[in-house]
Ligand binder design. Sequence first.
Ligand code: NAD
Ligand code: USQ
Length: 385
Amino acid sequence: MINVKIIIAGGDGFCGWPTALHFSERGHEVAIVDNCVRREWDKELGTQSLTPIASMEERLAAWKKLSGKDIKFYFGDLQNYEFVEHVFRDFQPEAFVHFAEQRSAPYSMIDREHAVFTQVNNVVGTLNVLFAMKENTPDCHLIKLGTMGEYGTPNIDIEEGYIRIQHKGREDVLPYPKQPFSFYHLSKVHDSHNIMFTCRSWGIRATDLNQGVVYGLWTAETKQDEQLYNRIDYDGVFGTALNRFCIQAAVGHDLTVYGKGGQTRAFLDIRDTLQCIELAALHPADRGEFRVFNQFTEQFSVLELAERVQRVAAEMGLDAKIAHLPNPRVEKEEHYYHAVHTKLLDLGLQPHLLSDELIRELIETAQRYRDRVDFNVIRPNATWR
Ligand code: NAD
Ligand code: USQ
């Protein structure tokens, strides 16, 4: 197997930490870049991960002890260009996986300040990465986490990045139209445009991964030692649909379906996030290519997921009730949704489809840590209106 010198930016986060361990386990040379700001947002919101998480220093020491492998850690903010340039010069990466953004739609909708912060953090961070890459490692492959929410919910099939359009007797393949859901999702659209422009102008090689909602928690590496545990969010700002429902079922909170629950989204297991990133890294985009993959394995409506969790919970003797809360977001609650996702399958992705077993395991994990769950932070607190 080819070994890649790879940076995982956002490697202290929910997707980044297990991805860093996965690459390290498989013999790649890994460095993490993170300013650990996600831990500060927990404090700001008065919440915490359901699972206890060790500090980055403890995490890396535990990994070294268990595997004998070193992961380098660069502590710093991608908004600081001197820092970003130092990282590229020092590590000389062949691939740069970019998870390091503010990723909560509700957080970006709290008020003007949070909207501005989200877009500055995300857009400036990505621009700095692009400039540092051009100046120091022009052959490096940028693997950028985008989101399926860039596309919104159009009344036609969602293609993988591009769509063939016929117009007044002429034809072209153009970027698929974007109708994002929030200021956060908009920041990803802005990133996509900036990256696409630098591929065209500077010959950057990039893969934009339009990822769906990630569910699950455990991966082969993170379950090995308590110091390696991954974070999992359940609060109304950072918690995401399926994970939230499992934790709610475990602690006796109603399952918080917003509105009718017909909102349909693309989903994937966190273990498939790891697989997809690895497939992208092992099959880099060409110089100047802006490659787009839709990174998900199945699509579900929110109500379908709540009903599934309710059924599995019932089998475990738990009576989970579904509450239809007034929807804090502005979004269609009944709509057509069909998104193409063949490119990662073509590269060899072997999906872990949603199983009752995974739901059961998440509920059991939440039962184990129920004392860490604060009911006051479960309800959504940011409105789109
Ligand atoms: P997360 O918040 O758990 O992790 C993000 C990490 O990035 C955090 O550790 C944070 O400290 C770091 N970070 C943020 N801004 C930074 C900056 N300016 N400089 C340095 N570090 C910074 O998020 P996650 O759930 O792991 O998501 C990772 C990426 O995947 C995000 O870009 C997100 O948009 C995308 N994504 C996530 C999901 C999901 O369901 N979790 C779905 C689709 C796409
Ligand atoms: N929802 C509920 N109840 C809840 C939580 C969410 O009904 O308790 C609904 C929302 O209204 C929305 C859908 O579930 O219609 C998804 O919401 P979410 O909070 O699970 O996910 P979202 O805000 O879309 O954001 C998450 C990640 C983000 C990523 C995105 C992928 O936080 O980083 O980009 O999933 S996607 O949805 O494809 O845009």
